[in-house]
Design a protein around this ligand. Sequence first.
Ligand SMILES: Cc1cc2nc3c(=O)[nH]c(=O)nc-3n(C[C@H](O)[C@H](O)[C@H](O)COP(=O)(O)OP(=O)(O)OC[C@H]3O[C@@H](n4cnc5c(N)ncnc54)[C@H](O)[C@@H]3O)c2cc1C
Length: 338
Amino acid sequence: MYIAIVGAGLAGLICARQLQEQGNHVVVYEKNGEISGRMSTRQTELGGFDYGAQYFTASSENFKKAIVAWRKAGWVSAWDGKLVSLENGEVKPADRSAERLKQRYVAVPGMSALGQQLAQGLDIRTEQLVKRIEAHGDQWLLTVGSDAVPIDASAGPFDAVILAVPAAQAIPLLKAAPKLATQAEQARFAPCWALMLGFQDSLDLGYDGAWVQSSRLAWIARDASKQQRRPGEHWVALASAAWSIEHFDDDVERAKEKLLKAFHDATGSQVQPIYATIHRWRFAQATQPIPGECLWDGRQRVGACGDWFAAGLEGGGRVENAYLSGLAMAESLRLAVH
Ligand SMILES: Cc1cc2nc3c(=O)[nH]c(=O)nc-3n(C[C@H](O)[C@H](O)[C@H](O)COP(=O)(O)OP(=O)(O)OC[C@H]3O[C@@H](n4cnc5c(N)ncnc54)[C@H](O)[C@@H]3O)c2cc1C
């Protein structure tokens, strides 16, 4: 079968690998120049910053197995950074809920490296925004736009299309499959402002990451405490969902200033950074996932997967949800054609 996958985040890449291993011809379309989606690393003159997913944990046997294989291959490492809780500059022990006691993992040498490893051997077309998918008989044609080319191109025909993108980005593409679109509408995402800070010298805070209370920030992490990172004092600070929603339309410079102040207040350090940049994620985390593992219309051969599916876990919006959903999507397609 000829299969198009829209989105080269973890869900899309896992699905693509499975389907290609089963002998299908798979093409992955990614709108950005880089792959890995929200498992991203921003490359700067100071080194990389993981400004999307910070780490991942595993509950399911399938994801645990994948992590064992990835560790063996040298693609991921355990992250044993010292984590605390911060409240108005006061350092407290992190709460010991079951979720927070789980082993944390990171990709090496940066979060985006996992996607780059998984992409080996796949046909991935970057800087290709899929604008439309249209059914022609029992096949699909894609309309694809690229900044480099003034007119849109047509791609296909494909026997099946998988949308491995956040729900809100899947819905406009699902005009030909309104039932799937209605289900996708149940998922909810929250945005997130992510601040990246580089300092000349160590801040000597005595911890590597913190959940932040009573602040515009929810989380801060010292990137260099993760394995195989370039040495240096690099911090990523993520705004809370509530603050990110309220300040979604803020001017970039203003948001940066406010979050830098919050970083100073939370850590009690007044040292000024030598590097500061900010990124706004429109669809950062699926706060309300939908039940099930993926969406699949076997008659039309169109489906959707991603971190907005609970996939048997408590809650959604995590790397593990994306992995399990991508895997389940490939399995649904395999079962449908055999
Ligand atoms: C700031 C932040 C912090 C996070 N922290 C954690 C954490 O600590 N632990 C954890 O487990 N998870 C965390 N997450 C969530 C985690 O990153 C995601 O759950 C996971 O990466 C989602 O993978 P995905 O493949 O479902 O989607 P994505 O990674 O979003 O992949 C979708 C891809 O589709 C592309 N795309 C979209 N529309 C189109 C189109 N029309 N045409 C072509 N391409 C398109 C996008 O560019 C993207 O590359 C965090 C996320 C953010 C943003």
